[in-house]
Ligand binder design. Structure first.
Ligand code: NDP
Ligand code: OXD
Length: 315
């Protein structure tokens, strides 16, 4: 039974470490950088933004577990050992993301920012409220998170479509795929939700020309962006420009090209922007350590790992 390494930057490893020790007291749990011991003992690495090159220093590592659903923070290491990279797929994480998406789609749909502004003026004034069934929401990325969010939005009554790399068929959700399907998807979409992974083809995809293709004359009264995928997908200056010229009526952003979002960013104070600190679906060790330990038990029982990424496509 080899050792399990926890190696994270940018988040506090304490809760992960404690949870591993509580759920697997018989296991040898190592914490980078202070308690690594002999690197040759490590067989599993559980990581968030590990420093590039670090994983190559464990000669017997058999699998790398991302402590989140995304894996770009692992795959950007040019010296990665050629072992499976496993991402988190867990109902706890999925539900958190669907909560976030539903919250922000509804916030734009129900004009909550407008009512917040009226409240500051003590102004009692009701605006026309179109039904959800007249509003077109489009979800970019129909993976584990995108599919669940799309089906929750559908249950709320929205007209939902999704866009993915490969073709998909989903009940009551119109689907588009590939570069050829993107324009038609955007033209029918008023509230755009992005749940794509960061890969070479998706880098910078959320830019001004794309925003200009969104439907602005629909029931939502403008076009809205919600990005909870990755910051590398979006061009911040284009979002600001689109908010300024009315291409976008509002934006909810959980992720940014540079995190934390620099204090100088105009997005912090833009009245049409809503900012959250990359916590749309936080990875909660209370739920996810058990998920990882289950996977390790699978390997040790000779079963295949689940949710291994395809390194060729990068997610
Ligand atoms: P999945 O791997 O299950 O799904 C990814 C989806 O994106 C798939 O539908 C895939 O298409 C689609 N896709 C990938 N590349 C392209 C492309 N070039 N063109 C069109 N579609 C593409 O991932 P999850 O749903 O689990 O997670 C999605 C992302 O959400 C993560 O990668 C991560 O970046 C982000 N995330 C953010 C969090 C936060 O707190 N802000 C928390 C958790 C995740 P296909 O189905 O054809 O393969
Ligand atoms: C993830 C994230 O990828 O939290 O899970 O960003």
């Amino acid at each position: 039974m080899g050792a399990i390494l926890i190696a994270v930057t940018g988040i506090d490893p304490k809760a992960w470490h404690e949870r591993f020790r509580a759920l697997a007291p018989q296991r040898d749990i190592r914490l980078w950088p202070e308690r690594v011991g002999n690197a040759a003992d490590v067989t599993y690495a559980c990581v968030w933004q590990p420093p590039p090159g670090l994983l190559a220093s464990f000669p017997h590592v058999r699998a790398i577990f991302s402590l989140g659903a995304g894996v770009d923070h692992v795959t950007n290491d040019p010296h990665l050992p050629p072992v499976p990279i496993v991402r988190i797929v867990d109902p706890d994480l999925t539900m958190r993301m669907s909560e976030y998406v539903a919250l922000h789609v509804l916030m734009h749909h129900r004009r909550q920012r407008v009512y917040d502004a009226q409240r500051r003026q003590r102004r009692w004034h009701e605006h026309d409220q179109p039904p959800a069934s007249s509003v077109a929401v489009g979800v970019m990325g129909l993976g584990v998170l995108g599919c669940d969010a799309a089906s929750v939005l559908r249950r709320l009554g929205f007209r939902v479509a999704g866009w993915s790399r490969t073709p998909k068929t989903l009940p009551d959700i119109e689907t588009f795929h590939g570069a050829d399907g993107l324009e038609a998807f955007l033209r029918r979409t008023e509230i755009l939700v992005c749940l794509l992974p960061a890969t070479a083809p998706t880098a910078g995809i959320l830019e001004l020309q794309l925003f200009r293709k969104l439907k602005r004359d629909g029931a939502a009264g403008g076009a809205y962006l919600i990005n909870a995928g990755r910051g590398a997908l979006q061009v911040d200056a284009d979002i600001v420009a689109a908010l300024e010229d009315g291409t976008l009526a509002g934006a909810t952003l959980d992720v940014f090209p540079i995190e934390p979002l620099p204090a100088t960013s105009p997005l912090w104070t833009h009245p049409k922007a809503t900012i959250t600190p990359h916590n749309a679906a936080m990875s909660d060790p209370r739920a996810l350590v058990a998920n990882i330990l289950r996977q390790i038990e699978r390997v040790e029982a000779g079963l295949p790992l689940e949710h291994v990424i395809d390194r060729g496509v990068g997610y």
